[in-house]
Ligand binder design. Sequence first.
Ligand code: 4GX
Length: 250
Amino acid sequence: MNFTVLTLFPELVNAFFQNGMIARGIENGLITGNCINIRDFSTDRHKTVDDRPYGGGSGMVMKPEPLKAAILCAKDRMPGSRVVVLTPQGNRFNQETALALAAEKQGLILVCGRYEGIDERVYSLLTDEEISIGDYVMTGGELGAMVVMDAVARLIPGVLGSEASFQSDSFMDDRIEHAHYTRPEVFEGQKIPDTLLSGNHEKIRLWRKKSSLQRTFLKRPDLFEKTAPDAEEKQIIRQWCRELEILARE
Ligand code: 4GX
């Protein structure tokens, strides 16, 4: 996967490329990460990238010419890449979008705006899609681009240590992950659930499924309702009801 980020703050995004799983993926040749500074494509002697909005009002708008030149440069370096603009007006980013983008063969060009936004005429000719990471307003698209790249990168085969590990991720099947525990066996007076120490793999599998179901029901009722429980989940729910029934009687 090739990521190219168009930004006025390349240092912000390069820090992301230089750390953690992303850095490892780049080292291993599974990912490339590059920044293009939009300011390098400004042609006046002050390197201007913004201008006052037509119609008046406060705030500045990103000029179309440097953006166009920067996008064409990125496309030239990575032909066939998908051009994504980060903006609160975009389609909401989620795991489904991450999977779709991870399947993109050539690469992704992520356009990060600053100020009030970018000149409207840039969109139709030069970009493929608009993505929002949520309903709040940030000072620029860089954090959004990093969120998107982070979620996409870990879906690229080989980027995560084990290939299997994202198969069981939350949201993949409308259930959140089961609880996780590691040593020590007692922490602040709290013990590890006995089943996890039993060594019985079938019991552990069922415990995790139950934990996942309970946590989804309590923490994310919206997800719980989205997908009806399968036969095994129904069985677990009935068992949970019996346990609650006993608690209510005591
Ligand atoms: N999810 N912002 C972009 C400037 C801007 C506005 C319009 C292009 C068009 C955001 C979000 C976000 C703030 C990034 C405004 N650029 N990005 N920026 N929410 O809030 O992605």
